[in-house]
Write a protein that binds this ligand. Structure first.
Ligand SMILES: [Zn+2]
Length: 279
């Protein structure tokens, strides 16, 4: 197995990443003249402390962003409580979610070490690192209700969190919004130049074409489910009857969510509609 923390890998001038196990998560570091922004914190507080020590090989961390609620990005935050830390406002609710608390319990994390960022943002904020600024933006729900994206305009780099993944297909969970996800990616795609690099939550950096392809697949996933529901195909038959843009395990994981999202819009397979008796 790979060691718990990889070496720092240079993304571009002043921008670094390392890979933290066990989830192969990218930890980002953006260094300016007066500060250094860490993006995501690892899977538990001790790992966060080790990441902080390793960051000091490049630059002392002055600011931290958590891209979203999942433990491999969020649960190392306790190592940074003396610094300005930033996350989406929905993290406050997430910390009361039994699913999140169960994850922490399984990782044997002391509940006192599950901490909120010091600054909760709803839409956007900026961190000035001296000659480099980081724009931290919420483009709407997608992978979770509170995904934050970190844009570094001076170096044409975006940290996308798990809105994009290059190691595996994107992860669809109960907290995802598949219908809204493509619009969140449009927020990234809209500001990227031809040469921009995107650091996904997991996997090697990708370019605009890759991001557009994944955006199209997520859109097609939703579109295919909507089409099947309108044809009266039940959830349990949808994998067999559909033409899907992701492998079977990914689609099967997404189907309950897709059908629930569509039902929320009043779209359910016709055979399941109540039949009004003739009078
Ligand atoms: Zn995630």
């Amino acid at each position: 197995m790979a060691s718990e923390l990889s070496d720092w890998i240079r993304v571009t001038h002043g921008v670094w990443r390392l890979v933290a196990q066990p989830e192969h998560v990218n930890i980002g570091l953006v260094v300016g003249d007066t500060g250094a922004l860490l993006i995501d914190t690892g899977s538990w507080p001790e790992q966060g402390r080790r990441i902080r020590e390793r960051a000091a090989e490049v630059a002392d961390v002055t600011h931290v962003v958590v891209t979203h609620r999942h433990y491999d990005h969020f649960f190392g935050l306790a190592a940074f409580t003396d610094l300005p830390t930033i996350g989406h406002a929905s993290l406050e609710q997430d910390l009361a979610d039994p699913v999140v608390l169960e994850e922490a319990f399984e990782l044997r994390i002391d509940p006192a070490e599950l901490v909120l960022p010091s600054q909760l943002v709803h839409l956007a904020t900026t961190v000035d690192l001296g000659g480099v600024r980081a724009e931290i933006v919420h483009f709407g729900p997608g992978h979770t209700a509170g995904d934050l994206v970190v844009i570094v305009p001076e170096h044409e780099v975006v940290f996308a969190g798990d809105l994009l993944e290059s190691l595996d297909p994107p992860q669809f969970g109960p907290e995802s919004s598949i219908a809204a996800w493509p619009a969140a990616l449009d927020g990234i795609l809209g500001i990227l130049g031809e040469d921009a690099l995107i650091v996904p939550g997991h996997g090697d950096p990708v370019d605009r074409v890759f991001a557009f392809d994944q955006r199209a697949r997520i859109s097609a996933l939703y579109g295919q489910a909507e089409y099947l529901v309108k044809q009266g195909v039940a959830e349990e038959d949808a994998w067999e009857k559909g033409d899907w843009p992701f492998p079977e395990p990914t689609v099967r994981a997404a189907l309950p969510l897709l059908y629930a999202e569509l039902a929320g819009k009043g779209l359910i397979p016709r055979e399941q509609l109540p039949v009004r008796p003739l009078s």
